[in-house]
Design a protein around this ligand. Sequence first.
Ligand code: ATP
Length: 352
Amino acid sequence: MAEKAENIIELKHITKVYSDNGFKAVDDFNLEVKRGEFVTFLGPSGCGKTTTLRMIAGFELPSSGEILLDGRDIAHLPANKRPINTVFQRYALFPHMNIYENIAFGLKLKKLPKEEIRKKVKHVLAMVDLEGFEDRKIATLSGGQQQRIAIARALVNEPEILMLDEPLGALDLKMRKEMQLELKNMHDQLGITFIYVTHDQEEALTMSDKIVVLSEGKIQQIGTPEDIYNEPKNAFVADFIGESNIIDGIMLRDCFVEFAGAQFDCVDKGFAPNEPVDVVVRPEDVKVVGEGQGQLSGMVESVTFKGVHFEMSVTVYGQEWLIHSTQSQEVGSVIEIRLDPEDIHIMKKMEE
Ligand code: ATP
């Protein structure tokens, strides 16, 4: 047997223009998905996540570009011939069937022997922690349980790739967190490739091996959760991935930048002298210091207690900054702040 390619899926220059309204939903999308990887498409509503997923699954045709499965172009392979199953946000379970019938549905269509179907259903129910639920009616299950059944129904087909389109979107926060861990465990145990869609950055950071950040149909950055969080490529990624202060700056020379009316040592290089840049500073990296020790000063506008820290809104050089601190400051007081060179992230200005 021929050795399987390392990349299970490759997207090459995929573009999707919807013919009815001429809208370009996906623009020159290039991605390699390794076998067994957990890849997440992350971005705000309308950025093209679902469209990309649907093209991989075969529910939508790309306008141009190639989709390779195990190195072979699958443009014309119908959805039901692709070794891919999808779990949607709305579980799309059959309400008139019990759980056994819901999960067994696809296998019955494939005309598998009854005993084999029974074994497989039992096996996937154990995987999603719902052993013995075969006879229950869908309406008697909680949202989280229904979503597990939807996952079981996809897994029973033993797909090589499981696609999940905002699968936890309809669940409350506590259930979401539980299911995130369960899905991650399932992925680790099964060793199959997961392609996951979410607009929730925390979910993406918790679960993924690789995150693809999208905005307006274009890839902004591909990287591990650590890369994306610590080294965002542009102000969009920085802002989307975590709360950030984004300030206009001028890169005076390598490792030296001016913003908010002051000059700072930093660690970034490779910009033209006096190049306009976006300076990104995370709220937790701003240090509130004593009088005379700060590089900048600002007026405290509001303070909110967030459980482990105080979140302050502070006007610094005419711009509102978010600052996290374990110590509260008085609203209306002027505070001084410092930034270490490694806490100042310099980004190229985004193309308009
Ligand atoms: P959400 O998180 O809201 O589902 P998304 O990132 O998954 O968003 P898509 O559903 O891929 O976004 O949609 C991308 C863009 O393409 C949107 O602006 C949407 O309005 C448009 N679009 C989606 N489907 C169609 C269609 N069938 N015809 C025309 N435009 C479409």
